[in-house]
Design a binder for this molecule. Structure first.
Ligand SMILES: Nc1ncnc2c1ncn2[C@@H]1O[C@H](COP(=O)(O)OP(=O)(O)OP(=O)(O)O)[C@@H](O)[C@H]1O
Length: 261
């Protein structure tokens, strides 16, 4: 579980995160949503230590990350997996080498054990047999799955995903969402996903934090989005006329709980 308490972040006079408190539970897909520029990436960067908060606490299962020294932070970082917007794979390395990279860097496993572990992770994301391919030979969805395999190679307790569906078609995005969801449940990971994807919100939003201009405007689960009377949230989620009409029709039929995009 990750808990943030009164988190603030400013750049000079510019206040980007304003007193955000939230709990991200383990074994759940926690989503951070919000308009472009609302502060989602800055929030994730504060969580993983790429930025220092101006105020507040970040607690990893009770351990205050902000107050840790460099060595303690480095050790906690080994419990984190990260998936970036672009899959951020090493183009000159094979798929297997990419997945082995964190193991090479941070584990004391033998070569045989590292290969075995990397292959197990590739099997888990349905990429058996792609060991010797290079990222450039794979589709965008397959590259994301390699990135997921790499992110779980060290058995992370915490998984951070920045826009995991960017650049993917809706069907492939669903595959990635389902994979992240099932891995999260299977291994009891605290997963935090920064997303714009409304299918993800409705499909895997087990805990949703909606950030508006740097503050937490709303939180809930996907089944509560539809019936919410928070106008900023519904304007954001149901941005197009088509979605507004679908929401209206579903509300009229009283189908707020079962609505999916
Ligand atoms: N290093 C920085 N220095 C100054 N301002 C920054 C810095 N990083 C981010 N910001 C500002 O913080 C605000 C929030 O940015 P952030 O990248 O978190 O938005 P976002 O919600 O992730 O947007 P998007 O969905 O487009 O990625 C923006 O106004 C941005 O310009």
């Amino acid at each position: 579980m990750i808990e943030i308490k009164n988190l603030c972040k400013s750049f000079g006079d510019k206040e980007v995160l304003k007193d955000i408190s939230a709990v991200f539970e383990s074994g759940k897909t926690n989503l951070i949503i919000g308009q472009s520029g609302s502060g989602k990436t800055v929030l994730i960067k504060n969580l993983v230590g790429l930025l220092e908060p101006t105020g507040g606490e970040v607690l990893y299962d009770g351990r205050n990350f902000v107050a840790m020294d460099k060595k303690e932070k480095a050790s906690l970082r080994r419990e984190m997996g990260m998936i970036f917007q672009s899959a951020a794979l090493f183009d000159s390395m094979t798929v297997l080498e990419n997945v082995m990279f964190p193991l090479d860097m941070f584990s004391s496993m033998t070569l045989r054990e590292r290969i075995h572990r990397a292959r197990t992770c590739l099997d888990r994301v349905n990429l058996t047999g792609t060991d010797h391919k290079f990222p450039g030979e794979l589709s965008g969805g397959m590259q994301k799955r390699v990135a997921i395999a790499r992110a779980i190679s060290l058995n992370p307790k915490y998984l951070f995903c920045d826009e995991p569906n960017s650049g993917l078609d809706p069907k492939t995005s669903l595959v990635i969402d389902q994979l992240l969801h099932s891995i999260t449940h299977e291994f009891g990971i605290t997963t935090i996903i920064n997303t714009h994807d409304m299918n993800s919100v409705m499909g895997i939003g087990e805990n949703i934090i909606f950030i508006y201009e740097g503050h937490k405007e709303w939180e809930g689960v996907s089944a509560q989005v539809m019936g919410s009377d928070n106008k900023r949230l519904t304007d954001f989620i149901f941005a197009s006329d088509l979605l507004k009409k679908m929401r209206k029709a579903a509300l009229e039929k009283g189908k707020t709980e079962s609505f999916t995009l």
